[in-house]
Design a protein around this ligand. Structure first.
Ligand SMILES: Nc1nc2c(ncn2[C@@H]2O[C@H](COP(=O)(O)OP(=O)(O)O)[C@@H](O)[C@H]2O)c(=O)[nH]1
Ligand SMILES: [Mg+2]
Length: 374
């Protein structure tokens, strides 16, 4: 995926800071969409309009002005019909289709950095569609490789008053943290129904949580007791904010946490992503080099008198471009391994040395030099 380098470059040159991407995740009904709507209103009132993206293909109505709406690109009902899928399959497939175009979304976000400090991203109702799908990973990694990206895990506080349910919710949050490895904020939503202080106490005071568990007699509570020991470390560094998406309370505190999470991204995650990008690029160029060598071997003595082909500074070709007009990469691989090995080149060269073929090769080569030398 083409990751715009502009984010880091503009920062280094004192240009606009790259926008922070707030990826809003949470169980169905936890209040993600209402939260994004409230956040959008809040940021507008602060004179800081966000760039808003809706990734839920199945939502009937988006209650906020979305700059990008997956529903404009992918028609969820059509996808269901066309692929013979049920509702969940339809959502997953729609998201997959959208992920293939996410490089374009990245360009839009890059352009928005002059006007927006924040990018808000609402995700499908069913959390696993995003967190445990290939497209969710592609989208998350694309964002995180270019912009400070923060996961906001929205939970329904009013439905977490049972210690066992609370624990399950926290385990889920923990699994997402380990999956995405990104700065993380837990938003305890719906504090208009019940204050979140009971949950904070459970997280800070192990004894208090054990007391609550003692009221439970099911075997699950035994498991929960052991698990709570495991979660202690997760809690210790967790950012938690109580919010009511309906009333709009807790948002000032939320942005204090967002600022600290953004710093954490710059300090701990950015260097890691940069390192990853570099090692990926060098692995890619090594692969390209090997493919080129194989290609040159295959072509044998086909004349390519562009004059630069054998120079030590000759750029690495990208055979994938050649393959565009000559079949798929896999076919090319097979060809390299089998077919051409037992062809008598002296015989076939004659038929290959058609002027048209040579012209084609030379034109293709000229294009690569241009591309790689610019
Ligand atoms: N009382 C209360 N209800 C809320 C709050 N946030 C969302 N809801 C309600 O929770 C339900 C689900 O909200 P929605 O934003 O669609 O959840 P999503 O599936 O996570 O996007 C809706 O009926 C909302 O009105 C809140 O802060 N307080
Ligand atoms: Mg929603």
């Amino acid at each position: 995926m083409a990751a715009p380098a502009a984010a880091t470059e503009s920062q280094a040159s004192g240009g606009p800071r790259p926008p922070a991407c707030l990826l809003v995740l949470g169980m169905a009904g936890s209040g993600k969409t209402t939260f994004v709507q409230r956040l959008t209103g809040y940021l507008h009132s602060q004179g800081c309009p966000p760039y808003v993206i809706n990734l839920d293909p199945a939502v009937h109505e988006v209650p906020f002005p979305a700059n990008i709406d997956i529903r404009d690109t992918v028609k969820y009902k059509e996808v269901m019909k066309q692929y013979g899928l049920g509702p969940n399959g339809g959502i997953v497939t729609s998201l997959n289709l959208f992920a293939t175009r996410f490089d374009q979304v990245m360009k839009f976000i890059e352009k928005a950095q002059n006007t927006s400090k924040y990018v808000l991203i609402d995700t499908p109702g069913q959390i696993e569609v995003f967190t445990w799908s290939a497209s969710g990973t592609i989208i998350t990694e694309a964002l995180a490789s270019s912009f400070p990206t923060i996961v906001i895990y929205v939970m329904d506080t009013s439905r977490s008053t049972n210690p066992v349910t609370f624990m399950s919710n926290m385990l889920y949050a923990c699994s997402i943290l380990y999956k995405t490895k990104l700065p993380f904020i837990v938003v305890m939503n719906k504090t208009d129904i019940i204050d979140h202080s009971f949950a904070v106490e459970w997280m800070q005071d192990f004894e208090a949580f054990q007391d609550a568990l003692n009221q439970e007699t099911t075997y699950v509570s035994n498991l929960t007791r052991s698990m709570s020991l495991v979660l202690d470390e997760f809690y210790s560094s967790l950012r938690v904010v109580g919010v009511s998406a309906v009333l709009g309370t807790g948002l000032d505190e939320l942005f204090v946490q967002v600022a600290s999470a953004t710093e954490e991204y710059e300090r701990e995650y950015r260097p890691e992503y940069e390192r990853l990008k570099k090692s990926l690029a060098s692995a890619q160029s090594q692969q390209q080099k090997e493919q080129l060598e194989r290609l040159q071997k295959d072509m044998g003595s086909v004349a390519l008198d562009t004059g630069t082909a054998t120079g030590s500074s000759s750029p690495v070709l990208d055979p994938a471009d050649l393959i565009l007009t000559r079949g798929t990469l896999d076919e090319e691989d097979e060809e390299a391994d089998s077919d051409t090995d037992d062809i008598d080149h002296r015989v076939t060269e004659e038929s290959r040395e058609e002027p048209a073929f040579q012209n084609f090769m030379q034109e293709s080569m000229a294009q690569y030099w241009k591309k790689n030398n610019k």
